[in-house]
Design a protein around this ligand. Structure first.
Ligand SMILES: NC(=O)c1ccc[n+]([C@@H]2O[C@H](COP(=O)([O-])OP(=O)(O)OC[C@H]3O[C@@H](n4cnc5c(N)ncnc54)[C@H](O)[C@@H]3O)[C@@H](O)[C@H]2O)c1
Length: 257
């Protein structure tokens, strides 16, 4: 119990419309306001704050706000705790972060990238709500703009199809131009089991964040970017460059550990 790591695996919450101040000093007085006045933070950030105040490291596996605000990172650092997020990169977005650098490296001009996702678990049912879906679509969509020289037209859909249960199907259609402006298309179909893809990442994240804590690392752990769709503390979105950051962190660890 000396080294607890809290992982947010709760349902995706809708995007938070309020402004979150940059310093914890500006938030703290509002935390004691009566419930009808409203919270200064979304539920996921209150959980993150509770984790830090209990002396626990924290991982946000969801697209919810969690410990992303600067003020929450400040609390983590004050307490000497590391944290990582956001939104586990387990399926279609993982493929985007592998394939997009290839198009860029070969100077293939991606004009549009459309991704349709269908699945039928409880996460899918929650994401069927347009408010909750908005947070997920944003998290799945933004990386292409960072990976390609010119942001393509994009479309991401997420639909709840009950009979599919935990088996997610993603169909992606990538329209691109090669030499002499010749248009071409790549399509892929990803059929993955959501929980089986996520579980080993969560286990590895807990072990890595715990080790970072033992090393005395504090605040956002950017070298864990390869695990996330919206990595904190790292602007790199390409999977293999992210993986190189993880590998170089591992190489620095003492051989006996
Ligand atoms: N491959 C994956 O499974 C994957 C990948 C990336 C991100 N995620 C994210 O991980 C989260 C969990 O996914 P899941 O498939 O396990 O979902 P799930 O719907 O099976 O489980 C979510 C659980 O959170 C509970 N919950 C909802 N609001 C809560 C709150 N305020 N406090 C505490 N618990 C609350 C629900 O009752 C439910 O038991 C989702 O946000 C999802 O988007 C999952």
């Amino acid at each position: 119990m000396d080294r607890v790591v809290v992982v947010n695996l709760a349902s995706t919450e809708p995007p938070w419309n309020g402004t979150i101040p940059d310093t914890f000093a500006a938030i703290e007085p509002a935390l004691d306001q009566p419930a009808d006045v409203g919270s200064p933070l979304p539920a996921s950030s209150l959980y993150a704050l509770a984790a830090f105040e209990s002396g626990a490291a924290y991982i946000n596996f969801t697209p919810s706000t969690g410990a992303s605000p600067r003020a929450l990172d400040e609390v983590a650092r004050q307490r000497g705790l590391p944290h990582a997020g956001c939104d586990g990169k387990t399926g279609e977005t993982l493929l985007k972060s592998v394939l997009a650098p290839m198009f860029a490296a070969r100077n293939l001009d991606v004009m549009s990238w459309v991704g349709h996702n269908i699945f039928g678990n409880l996460d899918g049912r929650i994401l069927d709500d347009p408010a909750n879906k908005a947070a997920k679509v944003k998290s799945k969509d933004h990386l292409l703009g960072a990976l390609l020289p010119k942001p393509p037209q994009t479309h991401v859909s997420i639909e709840y199809i009950e009979s599919l249960g935990d088996w997610k199907t993603a169909w992606d259609h990538i329209h691109f131009r090669g030499f002499l402006g010749t248009p071409m298309t790549m399509q892929f179909t990803w059929q993955g089991c959501d929980s089986i893809l996520a579980a080993p990442l969560v286990i590895d994240l807990v072990r890595l964040v715990d080790r970072a804590r033992q090393n005395g690392e504090q605040g956002q752990l950017g070298w864990l970017a390869s695990f996330f769709k919206s990595p904190l503390g790292c602007t790199e979105q390409g999977f293999f460059r992210q993986l190189a950051m993880l590998e170089s962190w591992v190489a620095e660890q003492p051989a006996s550990s």
